[in-house]
Design a protein around this ligand. Structure first.
Ligand code: B12
Ligand code: SF4
Length: 442
């Protein structure tokens, strides 16, 4: 390496004249974020208690992180509330592109100040190798709450005190200390009106605040990674064009083409659409509640559309009962873990509370073969408890080859085949296995 190389000389000259990076503070970072296009911003230090769960993932992505800038970009309520999904999706995509650009600009501005920073994606791309688990780098909702930009409502979206839930979020990871930071807001803008509960076609939002993320994923994200996987398999498993057309309508194929060409389209997001919370948004709801329901909620409820559900799920029961005019489309679950270890992480998410009514049993699972694992699962009072190891007395003991079990869940082979080949052995009442299956439809 020659010391008189132009790049090395330029670096040395710059270093001599370089000023130290300025000490950052909250106000300064908020101004930068606003100048870069954010509608609101807040700042938190990485050591904040609320970020305990996020810290390892943040540090993995950017080990130098000391502070986080949480940013908000507004969306317009009217397009999101339209029954025309093309209109709503255009708004989602435009706002996503915008906030990604804002985050990118903030990083470049900080770099000019001598501070290194990293922008994370608002949504996609994510780390697909991690699916169906945590594929995202940082949970923007957690950071936004800590940074005082709002609180999660019953529907699990962050509601900004002014803009309501008509916002997207992103986070910039910063390699610098900040002199001061934001504090969370001291009330929840959610009014607990439960319009989101009434709007969701798959019943993903329960009025007690429980959220069925997988029901949402299966329907709303039909044309994203999980649904796309299912669609590809439908194509591959169809023996002819006619056989494919019997399973997928021309309109659904056209919709998939549209998603692949112009960005994946959400099927509903009705929870965001109907939410009246936020100072800028609340007026029409407070002045004429029934008119608001008639204009905003009812058209979405009445819309005739396909609703994607896994057979035998609580979501299927919900759409059939509450929205009989909508067309139930049965699909394979978008959640297919590649390992038994990851499967255990998704079990609480796919557990069907409604379908588990009346089930009361303790199951000992002994996975053998490629992956060995011992787990106790107890289903009682419509709840699931998972413990590692074989704990207490089992009503049913299941000894199963790990690869065979994953193959069974992916519908590659049947339970009968596993029993005949001794890949699966049961000790206890086999009826309990059927009851177990009812709680985890795939
Ligand atoms: C994973 C994810 C989803 C999942 C899970 C949603 C959820 N509530 O977490 C699914 C696919 C269902 C989803 C749907 C939607 N999402 Co989303 N999503 C994310 C993502 C990548 C991470 C969310 C997160 O932090 N979850 C963890 C904790 C904080 O959330 P939680 O509600 O407390 O936990 C529940 C779930 O996460 C679930 N869970 C736990 N582990 C796992 C693992 C997987 C794989 C899944 C699917 C779920 C899951 O269990 C918890 C209890 O039910 C963020 C982007 C990001 N990088 O932050 C966007 C984000 C949360 N989504 C957003 C939006 C807009 C939506 C949709 C409206 C999409 C749309 N346009 O139609 C719907 C709304 C659904 C809803 N009511 O929540 C916005 C929310 C903006 C806001 N105002 O808060 C975000 C912040 C994207 C952004 N850049 O703005 N999303
Ligand atoms: S629609 Fe109502 S209950 Fe749902 S999040 Fe908004 S304010 Fe809360």
């Amino acid at each position: 390496m020659k010391n008189d190389h132009p790049t090395i000389q330029a670096f040395r000259a710059l270093r001599q004249s370089e000023q130290r990076a300025p000490e950052l503070n909250l106000e300064m970072l908020k101004v930068i974020a606003r100048e870069c296009g954010a509608d609101d911003a807040g700042v938190v230090r990485l050591d904040r208690e609320e970020l305990d769960g996020e810290r390892p993932f943040v540090l993995q992505a950017f080990p130098q992180t000391q502070s986080l800038i949480s940013i908000v970009v507004r969306m317009s309520p009217e397009p999101l509330r339209s029954t025309a999904r093309s209109v709503a999706n255009k708004e989602f995509h435009a706002a996503t592109d915008e906030i990604d650009m804002v985050a990118r600009k903030i990083v470049l501005r900080l770099r000019d100040l001598g501070v290194s920073a990293l922008n994370t994606a608002a949504g996609f791309p994510m780390e697909m190798s991690e699916t169906p688990g945590r594929a995202w780098i940082v949970s923007h909702k957690i950071v936004a709450e800590a940074a005082g930009l709002g609180r999660m409502g019953i529907h699990r979206n962050v509601i900004h005190p002014i803009f309501g839930n008509f916002i997207l979020l992103s986070t910039v990871l910063v390699d610098a200390k900040v002199a001061d930071e934001s504090a969370p807001i001291d009330y929840n803008p959610c009014l607990e009106c439960k319009l989101c509960v009434a709007a969701c076609p798959v019943g993903a939002i329960a009025s007690d605040g429980r959220f069925d993320a997988i029901a949402c994923l299966n329907h709303n994200y039909r044309e994203f990674f999980g649904g796309f996987n299912d669609w590809v398999q439908t194509v591959a498993n169809s023996s002819s064009g006619k056989a494919y057309q019997e399973k997928v309508s021309d309109q659904e194929t056209a919709s998939m083409w549209q998603s692949l060409s112009f960005g994946a389209n959400y099927k509903s997001a009705y929870c965001l659409a109907v939410c009246p919370a936020g100072e800028d948004v609340i007026g029409p709801f407070l002045t004429d509640k029934s008119g608001f329901i008639r204009r905003i909620l009812s058209p979405l409820q009445e819309k005739i559309e396909p609703v994607y559900v896994v057979a035998g799920t609580d979501a299927e029961s919900h759409v059939t009962k509450r929205f009989p005019h909508k067309t139930v489309r049965r699909i394979r679950s978008g959640v297919m873990p590649p390992t038994v270890k990851r499967l255990m992480g998704t079990m609480p998410l796919v557990f069907q509370r409604g379908q588990s009514k009346g089930v009361r049993a303790a199951y000992h699972f002994q996975f053998t073969g490629k992956e060995t694992l011992e787990v106790t699962m107890t289903i009682a009072d419509q709840t699931l408890d998972i413990q590692s190891g074989l704990v207490g007395r089992a009503d049913l003991r299941i000894t199963v080859d790990s690869t065979a079990w994953l193959g069974f869940l992916a519908k590659k082979h049947s339970l009968a085949w596993m029993l005949v080949t001794r890949a699966l052995r049961l000790k206890g009442n086999p009826r309990l296995l059927a009851e177990f299956g009812r709680c985890f439809p795939t």
